[in-house]
Design a protein around this ligand. Structure first.
Ligand code: FE2
Length: 279
């Protein structure tokens, strides 16, 4: 398995673009997975979890309309019949899943610590994707940062094997690398399941190599997924809790640059409304 992984400490690559570029070349050329160890501290992780808990405690689940610059929200993401049909029509593979997704939107107000963290993650992501440093931070470049915290609840959460090359093509995302920030650890917050990737038809359990604060970078063209998450003692006594207000199980963070023209309407693109990590 080691032959598919490159693991680097954050402090050994974060401000060393030449070194990082060399590592990325190796990742791309030999189709490897990159793990950046200790990118976030515990206090930074807690800052993101606190912001997420606010959405969970204050809001009811339900999707909102981004183009109206809506408030932060969360919703359950599952594959519906419509979703399956759309994928069949587009010649894309189905993507069965059950995940709770929290959307932390850039027109919302946040404290400085949170804003600086998203900037830090975003700048690093841009470096990984060989993009302009301010992609997602400067909306004049056509993209905004879409911050999503993804929870796989115990005995409920999973995403079956899939790849995201269609999504990346559709949204014209320039880099094939997805960057996932881990906010929980198998063996602590949950005990079974987690991220896997398939390389050369070999299924690799990535979860045993990562812990909270680490970053995983993988090529979205490779099949990947999350095996169903479970706690140590299976919850057969009370079953999975769909409407739980607990931010438990497996938590990770995605900060993806989204194309403004495909996500928001023209009226809502007013830079003064983007209060947070835009500069
Ligand atoms: Fe994916």
């Amino acid at each position: 398995m080691k032959e598919f992984i490159i693991s680097v400490k954050a402090k050994d690559c974060i401000d060393l673009p030449d070194k990082l570029n060399l590592i990325l070349k190796e990742v791309e050329k030999n189709n490897k997975v990159l793990i950046i160890k200790n990118f976030l501290t515990n206090s930074q992780i807690n800052c993101i979890l606190e912001e997420t808990k606010k959405v969970l405690s204050k809001m009811r689940p339900g999707k909102k309309d981004y183009s109206k610059l809506c408030s932060n929200f969360y919703h359950m993401e599952k594959n519906t019949k419509d979703d399956d049909q759309k994928r069949i029509n587009n010649n894309e593979p189905l993507r069965p899943r059950n995940q709770r997704v929290f959307k932390l939107l850039p027109w919302h107000d946040y404290n400085n610590k949170f804003i600086n963290l998203i900037k830090k993650i975003s700048v690093f992501r841009n470096q990984i994707g060989k993009r302009n440093k301010n992609y997602g931070l400067d909306i004049n470049q056509g993209y905004f940062n879409f911050v999503q915290v993804i929870q796989y609840q115990p005995d409920l959460g999973y995403i079956s094997k899939h790849n995201d090359k269609h999504f990346y093509d559709r949204y014209k995302i320039s880099s094939p690398f997805e960057m996932l920030v881990m906010l929980s650890t198998r063996g602590k917050e949950y005990h079974k399941g987690g991220l896997f990737v398939e390389i050369n038809s070999k299924k690799i359990d990535l979860e045993k190599l990562i812990k909270k604060g680490d970053i995983v970078v993988y090529n979205v063209k490779n099949n990947h997924g999350v095996e169903k998450i479970a706690e140590k003692n299976s919850t057969t006594n009370y079953g999975p809790r769909k409407n739980s207000k607990l931010l438990n199980g497996r938590i990770s963070l995605l900060v993806t640059p989204y194309l403004i023209s495909k996500t928001l309407n023209k009226k809502s693109i007013d830079p003064s409304k983007f209060k947070s990590w835009i500069h």
